[in-house]
Design a protein around this ligand. Structure first.
Ligand SMILES: NC(=O)c1ccc[n+]([C@@H]2O[C@H](COP(=O)([O-])OP(=O)(O)OC[C@H]3O[C@@H](n4cnc5c(N)ncnc54)[C@H](OP(=O)(O)O)[C@@H]3O)[C@@H](O)[C@H]2O)c1
Length: 266
């Protein structure tokens, strides 16, 4: 196993991961634990949360598991009950894969709102809180998980892609604001990645010509590049993001629509 270099003075002694029980969140937790950073892990399902908490504790660090839905109005207060007394050097907002699919005009407003709350409302509330603390502390890091899907519009997941675009632009502005205060901001931008959430969604990552990342690889890359914000596009997906962001838009958006239909089976 390749170990990850993490500046413990800057990003330790505690890290908080919102969505820290599965996939990339679990890999980030394991690698931070291996670097000697204690962890607060937040997620909903008690099984995977208990499993990763035991795993990271066995790596020799302290861990607090918080079973909490980030969409509940008191989510930040509940997490703060655990973290207010801890010296937090790194906050990671990982939760955020798409939770609602369908054409927007026929959509259920509550389903759409859930996507916005998980990808915009909650990350803003958590980032405001931990960003304030880190700014006062004068050192640390904030990582937000983004997607190459946030560089282009997609049918059926139009709101998800737009929310990821919001998060990326938000991270850029925050990076400008917090840089003078010794706080690194990084949007870790992923391409398709083999996580339990993607398995549950039935994503077909084995389609011809398709490349999908391993959660441990992208986690390692993100931690190694915490200070290289505002955005880091993981696992060689930079040309893909660049192409999605290009022109002419009709051509690019149309080509992506066909590709997504093949991958998602929609
Ligand atoms: N996987 C990909 O192909 C891919 C591609 C591009 C970008 N990304 C981004 O990478 C991040 C991680 O994605 P992922 O595929 O691992 O899926 P995910 O569904 O975002 O799950 C990641 C973690 O978040 C937790 N979580 C999800 N919803 C939550 C909620 N409402 N409250 C509390 N915790 C919650 C999950 O545990 P519980 O379910 O137990 O709560 C899990 O620990 C996301 O932001 C996603 O948009 C992923």
């Amino acid at each position: 196993m390749i170990s990850t270099m993490v500046d413990v003075e800057k990003y330790g002694p505690w890290a908080v991961i919102a969505g820290g029980s599965e996939g990339v969140g679990a890999a980030l937790a394991q690698q931070l634990a291996d670097a000697g950073i204690n962890l607060v892990l937040v997620a909903r399902k008690p099984g995977p949360l208990a499993e990763i908490a035991a795993d990271v504790a066995a790596r020799g660090v302290e861990v607090r598991a918080v079973q909490q839905d980030l969409l509940e109005p008191d989510a930040l207060d509940r997490v703060r009950e655990v973290t207010d007394g801890l010296d937090v050097g790194l906050f990671i907002y990982n939760a955020g894969s798409n939770t609602y699919r369908g054409e927007f005009v026929d959509s259920d407003p509550a389903g759409v709102q859930g996507v916005l709350d998980l990808n915009i409302t909650a990350p803003l509330a958590f980032t405001r809180h931990y960003g304030t603390r880190l700014k006062q502390r004068g050192r640390g890091g904030l990582m937000l998980l983004g997607s190459v899907g946030g560089f282009v519009g997609y049918g059926n997941i139009a709101v998800y892609a737009a929310a990821k675009a919001f998060l990326r632009i938000f991270a850029e502005g925050l990076w400008v604001e917090l840089q003078p205060h010794g706080v690194d901001v990084l949007e870790l931008c992923l391409g398709p990645t083999r996580t339990p959430a993607m398995d549950r969604l039935g994503m077909k990552f084995d389609a011809p010509g398709m490349k999908a990342s391993d959660p441990a690889d992208v986690a390692r890359e993100g931690l190694a590049h915490l200070a290289d914000g505002p955005s880091w596009i993981a696992d060689g997906f930079f040309p893909d993001a660049e192409a999605k962001a290009g022109f002419p838009r009709a051509e690019i958006v149309g080509a992506i629509a066909a590709q997504y239909r093949a991958m998602s089976g929609t």
